[in-house]
Design a binder for this molecule. Structure first.
Ligand code: TYD
Length: 390
């Protein structure tokens, strides 16, 4: 597999990096994680392609995330730290209210966007050392936040030790990441790629938290990123755990998330999904149909490379992110084009690689569907979406 966000120019093709993508389930601690390590600086660097604020829905999601933290947890004159603050999509909601805040973001290009809009940001990986420096310079924090970042960090123990050190006695660590239960239920295997080192469940995170004298006191499922879980963690014994934690554990038991057989079955369903998608695309090609991709997501890198799907089956991928446009998709080298090109000459079919944004995208692509264009999705199963009758 190539780097999932490694969109590249033609002159970079000979330097492209590949590694073996393998995922495993630990029967001791319940963690599902990648087996092989990709050097973090290969993924998060000064040309990081992913900007959080490309989705209006996500902008709204992070505003309500910030509002709930503010309402439920923050005392007078709080200090909020965010791990992996990207372009400031979450922290801006605190900055705009004059709340003391600090973003910790290793990819300097996205950090610069946040800085330019007045969000205090340091360019660094969050770990124990970084936490110690923050405590020294600014004191302990009331809230340490993260969205789609914890599952990226290989040295989770250093992050948890850093959280333990950084948080005030009543402080909270709140983060959300794609949820293993959703991946198993929806066969959303495209969540598996280099940046996602871990696929969390409540059970596996409870084990991890306990190792650092921390405790999950609440959980809240989220619709974003194809199904995520928000975890609320505090110092052990500092807060009364909500019944939602045990309820979610019961759901995990019903899904068999701690049983190896669950993952054997998941693998079988993934293979069937791949075969279905590839045969559909080949069939459309044989019938002379034009097929594009919609959303040059990291997830699409897994689908395309795992399925061996290249420019012979998908003409181009439409994406609104300027840094991805004009580049080639990782590994299979499908051109990424601006959305205007999609609109100028609609294809017959568009594979919705950004299926996690389907509500937002279907709402704005009425003209594509009215022109006879159809979206193809692969989650929870491969199908062509028919427009809903008015
Ligand atoms: P995202 O869903 O966050 O996926 P991943 O985490 O797998 O990279 O990324 C969405 C991508 O889709 C991003 O490159 C922007 C693009 N996009 C569009 O091109 N049009 C849209 O309307 C939306 C919402 C996203």
């Amino acid at each position: 597999m190539p780097i999932a966000n490694g969109f590249l120019r033609i002159d970079q093709l000979d330097q492209e990096y590949f590694y073996d993508l393998e995922v495993a389930h630990c029967t001791d601690c319940g963690m599902v994680q990648l087996v092989n390590r990709v050097e973090p600086t290969m993924m998060f660097h000064d040309n990081y392609a992913f900007f959080s604020s490309t989705s209006q829905y996500m902008v709204q999601h992070f505003k309500s995330f910030a509002d709930s933290i503010l309402h439920d947890f923050l005392p007078h004159d709080p200090f909020v730290v965010e791990i992996g603050s990207n372009d400031g999509i979450l922290l801006r909601n605190f900055a705009q209210r004059g709340i003391r805040h600090l973003g910790v973001e290793p990819s300097r290009n996205v950090a610069a966007v946040a800085e330019a809009s007045g969000i205090n940001t340091i360019s660094s990986f969050f770990n124990e050392d970084c936490a110690a420096k923050i405590v020294e310079g600014s004191g302990q924090a009331d809230a340490l936040l993260g969205a789609n970042v914890m599952c990226h960090i290989e040295d989770l123990h250093s992050v948890m030790a850093g959280a333990k050190m950084l948080l005030k006695p009543g402080g909270v660590l709140v983060f959300e990441d794609p949820y293993l239960g959703d991946i198993v239920e929806k066969t959303s295997y495209d969540q598996i790629y280099d940046e996602h080192v871990f696929y969390f469940s409540v059970a596996s995170l409870q084990n991890l938290a306990a190792m650092h004298d921390l405790e999950i006191f609440d959980v809240a499922p989220q619709a974003v990123h194809g199904g995520s879980m928000r975890y609320f963690i505090g110092h052990r014994g500092a807060r009364q755990p909500s019944s939602r934690v045990d309820e979610q554990r019961e759901r995990e038991a019903r899904l068999g998330l701690e049983l190896p057989g669950t993952f054997v079955d998941l693998r079988r369903r993934i293979e069937a999904s791949r075969a279905h998608l590839v045969s559909l695309l080949r069939d459309l090609r044989a019938r002379g149909k034009r097929v594009a991709g919609y959303g040059a997501t990291s997830k699409s890198t897994t689908i395309l490379n795992y399925g061996g799907i290249g420019p012979d089956l998908i003409e181009f991928i439409s994406d609104i992110t300027p840094t991805k446009q004009g580049k080639l998709s990782p590994g299979v080298h499908i051109p990424v084009r601006p959305h205007a090109e999609f609109q100028a000459r609609y294809p017959d079919y568009a594979v919705l690689f950004a299926w996690n944004h389907s509500r937002e995208i279907l709402a704005k692509e009425g003209a594509f569907m009215q022109s006879g264009g159809r979206f193809i999705v692969h989650v929870p199963e491969v199908q062509i979406l028919e427009p809903v009758a008015a």
